[in-house]
Design a protein around this ligand. Structure first.
Ligand SMILES: Nc1ncnc2c1ncn2[C@@H]1O[C@H](COP(=O)(O)OP(=O)(O)OP(=O)(O)O)[C@@H](O)[C@H]1O
Ligand SMILES: [Mg+2]
Length: 264
């Protein structure tokens, strides 16, 4: 193990009553790496992310972010993290201008510099026209852009993005992909979850596949192919194999054909 781990998770568990949302997960993320979390709905991705951010308390296991314990050093860690949650923005009665001023004051950033940077990012994401408009009145994708901008204004060392691309138009996806790449080029690290295989394939140095609270595959795409015993397969095929959904999906499609009364 090198000394460049930004995130270390060991045998992490989080239960909600009977539900074992995270059931013994271990992985590390190195500095400068883009690490993707993939998994079916309800697999435990968001719970893992919230544990790392200190937003949830684990039942068992160990975590470290920048060598600190997220349970104890919340502020010291949060200062160095930019987080995009999977839920939409809650500041609905603010405008983007208010939001970014708020971010600047909470983060202790220079107000003018932050305004200029925010405007530049809004322009690059085709959303500058909404600068003075109430966030409540914006479309889903435009709200998502604001979350992303709010997460990068303080130039964090670590970006934690829970499905950042969901709901964005094609051009914005391109821009966000560049933001992620540029962030790593200046030494930053990224942990993100996604359901979009092409995004994972394109952006991630390594991927952890989670199923039912456990890691069922981890590594580069090539290493995942080996773990799934699927040489040359697409990430989607590898994902469906490792999450044991490949046969069930075929069965489901067969049944659907019957109920749609479409002949084979
Ligand atoms: N606050 C909570 N109370 C009770 N159960 C919860 C809570 N949060 C999550 N769960 C459960 O924990 C499991 C993991 O949920 P989680 O949100 O981590 O999944 P996910 O991998 O992020 O899924 P998705 O792809 O749909 O976002 C699910 O069974 C979910 O219903
Ligand atoms: Mg989630």
């Amino acid at each position: 193990m090198s000394n460049n781990e930004i995130i270390i998770i060991k045998s992490l568990k989080k239960f909600f009553g009977e539900v074992k949302a995270v059931n013994g997960i271990s992985f590390e993320v190195q500095q400068g790496e883009v690490f993707g979390l993939l998994g079916p709905n309800g697999a435990g991705k968001t719970t893992t992310i919230k544990l790392l951010l200190g937003l949830l308390e684990p039942n068992e296991g160990e975590m470290s972010v920048f060598g600190l314990n997220p349970e104890r050093n919340e502020v010291a860690i949060k200062r160095r993290i930019g987080y995009v949650s999977e839920e939409p923005l809650i500041f609905k009665s603010l405008t983007p201008k208010d939001l970014f001023n708020f971010v600047a004051s909470v983060r202790g950033l220079d107000a003018n510099k932050t305004t200029n940077l925010a405007k530049e990012y809004l322009e690059s994401l085709d959303a500058i026209e909404y600068y003075d408009q109430l966030i409540a009145t914006l479309s889903h994708g435009n709200k998502q852009k604001l979350q992303i901008i709010a997460a990068i204004l303080h130039e964090p060392d670590l970006l934690i993005l829970d499905e950042p691309i969901a709901g964005l138009d094609a051009k914005s996806v391109r821009v966000v992909k560049s933001i992620i790449e540029l962030h790593t080029q200046r030494g930053g690290t990224v942990l993100f979850s996604t359901h979009i295989m092409e995004i994972a394939q394109e952006l991630c140095d390594r991927i952890g596949i989670i199923n039912k609270g456990k890691i069922v595959g981890i590594g580069t795409i090539e290493e995942l192919r080996q773990q799934a015993d699927k040489v040359g397969a697409s990430l989607e095929d590898v994902f469906l194999r490792l999450t044991e959904q490949d046969t069930s999906v075929n069965e489901i499609i067969k049944k659907l054909r019957a109920s749609f009364k479409v002949k084979n």
